[in-house]
Design a protein around this ligand. Structure first.
Ligand SMILES: CC(C)(COP(=O)(O)OP(=O)(O)OC[C@H]1O[C@@H](n2cnc3c(N)ncnc32)[C@H](O)[C@@H]1OP(=O)(O)O)[C@@H](O)C(=O)NCCC(=O)NCCS
Length: 142
């Protein structure tokens, strides 16, 4: 498996949108709109690959000079539970550290809370709803 940074607007970015639609949006009856995708140009986009197949992805968005927010973490359905999410998370944390960030925060789906806890993230505050499903703010000092 290879972990890499991908660029906005490339064929790899198209693969990423497809994966995210399949895993994160279609199950909720939702899809991305052009404006939302255009706003991702500033973000650090990352993916795990096996040859040409994208297995999983995530992104980091700057929230403050010392803080990035993790978004859009997704692994292909039939490959979940095999360590791909963990590898992506470690990759994202290393990139955040290298770029001088001190904290990662996120809106974690409740069904993924246990995954993030295993990666050292802690819940902050009460449960809330976003895109129709329960979430928690979770964060970790790097
Ligand atoms: C959540 C997700 C990204 C995790 O990636 P993954 O590749 O399946 O996770 P890994 O195999 O790397 O798991 C790492 C550890 O977390 C655990 N884990 C994985 N998913 C979990 C979950 N949903 N709840 C509790 N623990 C979980 C694994 O058992 C493993 O534990 P171990 O180290 O003790 O063996 C992936 O399952 C996914 O895409 N889910 C659907 C979309 C989603 O909910 N994304 C998160 C949006 S906030």
């Amino acid at each position: 498996m290879a972990l890499k940074i991908i660029d906005h607007g490339t064929p790899e970015y198209q693969q990423m949108i497809q994966l995210r639609e399949e895993i994160l949006r279609r199950p909720l009856g939702m899809q991305f709109d052009t404006e939302e995708l255009e706003s991702e140009r500033q973000n650090i986009l990352m993916a795990a690959y096996e040859e040409d197949q994208m297995l999983g992805c995530c992104m980091l968005v700057e929230e403050a000079p010392d803080t990035v927010r993790l978004r859009q973490m997704a692994v292909l359905d039939d490959l979940q539970g095999k360590g791909i999410g963990k590898a992506l998370m470690n990759f994202a944390e290393n990139i955040a550290r290298d770029r001088g960030y001190k904290k990662i925060t996120m809106h974690a789906r409740r069904n993924a809370q246990g995954f993030y806890e295993k990666m050292g993230y802690r819940k902050k505050g009460e449960e809330f709803h976003e895109i129709t499903i329960p979430h928690y703010v979770m964060e970790k000092q790097l």
